[in-house]
Design a protein around this ligand. Structure first.
Ligand SMILES: Nc1ncnc2c1ncn2[C@@H]1O[C@H](COP(=O)(O)OP(=O)(O)OP(=O)(O)O)[C@@H](O)[C@H]1O
Length: 321
């Protein structure tokens, strides 16, 4: 799966800039000289193993933690609480007023973010309808399941149409149907112009949603770039071809497996493509040499496999890191 073509160009202005960020807790260094930016309008995946410092970085960015060293800027300056109206933050720890009704809580936060009571109420009812919670509008929050509370908190986060959304594990506690709904909602936010930074462990969703990603390891950026760039650097590209004839030898691929599939001369082959090869060019080359191709598909190593290799210390990757 490739990176969405909606990725903002490299010269797009940065909305978040982190430079030389270091974070110590006592004698323990959690982040050690981290630098990255998030471009206006992109969806940015902030990834890494448990306890590697993702939430710590978000908290330092929002001034909840004081960085040991480095600069962390939103819109060119350190974040101040009064900038909060243009920011939607879904924290890792969920915390809404649990003894109040769902609608009252949503309207309260809507007004805090500058919406009129009427607008906040109308928006909230539409949102609750959309996420199948309209019948819970008058229910106390602590009577809702974890996933239902999570949906309410997501609503509170996006209600004021913030220009920057920071979502710390937004899919936590969601079943597959609600994860799909969450992805639709994030896609809409992006389409409406929001910049989204999301901490997540759901690699498939990262592949579908994110323009660029950063994988944190050992307090540093282990990988940083578009999804496709990271896949190409840490993984391989494979072509699967069904054909009749003989494939020419070529430096642009290594045949991993070739099987006869039907009548004599009919084969399916898996080819590991070398870095620079243009797969469409390779296909044209085969056809020009008389190979009759009935299907040709390419795929990249999944981010999930790359994550496992990086964080699971797969010996196959040790040389590459
Ligand atoms: N206030 C704190 N005091 C001391 N140590 C802390 C504090 N906050 C975080 N840490 C430590 O910093 C490290 C990074 O924690 P953090 O919550 O940022 O990880 P994370 O990448 O978000 O993990 P997860 O994916 O499990 O949510 C952990 O070892 C954690 O124990």
């Amino acid at each position: 799966m490739t990176c969405p073509s909606t990725s903002p160009p490299a010269d797009t202005e940065a909305i978040i800039q982190v430079e030389g960020f270091r974070m110590d807790f006592g004698a323990k260094t959690v982040i050690d000289g981290l630098s990255f930016d998030v471009r206006r309008g992109e969806t940015f995946g902030f990834l890494g193993g448990n306890g590697c410092g993702k939430t710590t970085t978000i908290r330092a960015l929002l001034g909840i933690y004081q960085a040991t060293a480095g600069t962390l800027h939103i819109n060119g300056k350190p974040f101040r609480p009064e900038d909060g109206r243009t920011l939607g933050y879904l924290p890792e720890e969920r915390g809404l007023y649990k003894k109040e009704s769902v609608l009252d809580v949503m309207v309260y936060f809507g007004e805090l973010k500058g919406l009129s009571r009427r607008a906040a109420r109308g928006w909230s009812m539409d949102f609750l309808e959309r996420v199948n919670l309209a019948d819970k509008a008058k229910t106390r929050l602590d009577k809702l399941s974890g996933g239902q509370q999570q949906k309410v908190q997501l609503g509170v986060t996006i209600m004021s149409k913030p220009e920057l959304l920071i979502l710390d594990e937004p899919a936590k506690g969601f079943d597959p149907v609600n994860r799909r709904l969450l992805m639709d909602i994030i896609t809409e936010q992006k389409r409406d112009g929001a910049t989204v930074i999301m901490v997540t462990h759901q690699m498939e969703e990262v592949e579908q949603l994110c323009d660029r990603i950063l994988l944190l390891k050992g307090g540093k950026a282990e990988a940083y770039g578009t999804v496709a760039e990271v896949q190409d650097h840490y993984g391989t590209r494979t072509a699967t071809i069904a054909y009749t004839g003989v494939l020419p030898e070529d430096a642009s691929y290594i045949p991993v497996e070739v099987r006869q599939t039907g009548a004599p001369g009919e084969f399916t082959a898996h080819l590991a493509l070398t870095d620079a090869v243009d797969s469409a060019e390779l296909l044209r080359h085969f056809v020009s040499l008389g190979v009759r191709v009935s299907s040709f598909t390419t795929s990249r190593t999944s981010l999930e496999d790359i994550f496992l290799r990086i964080y699971g210390a797969d010996p196959a990757l040790e040389g590459a890191l």
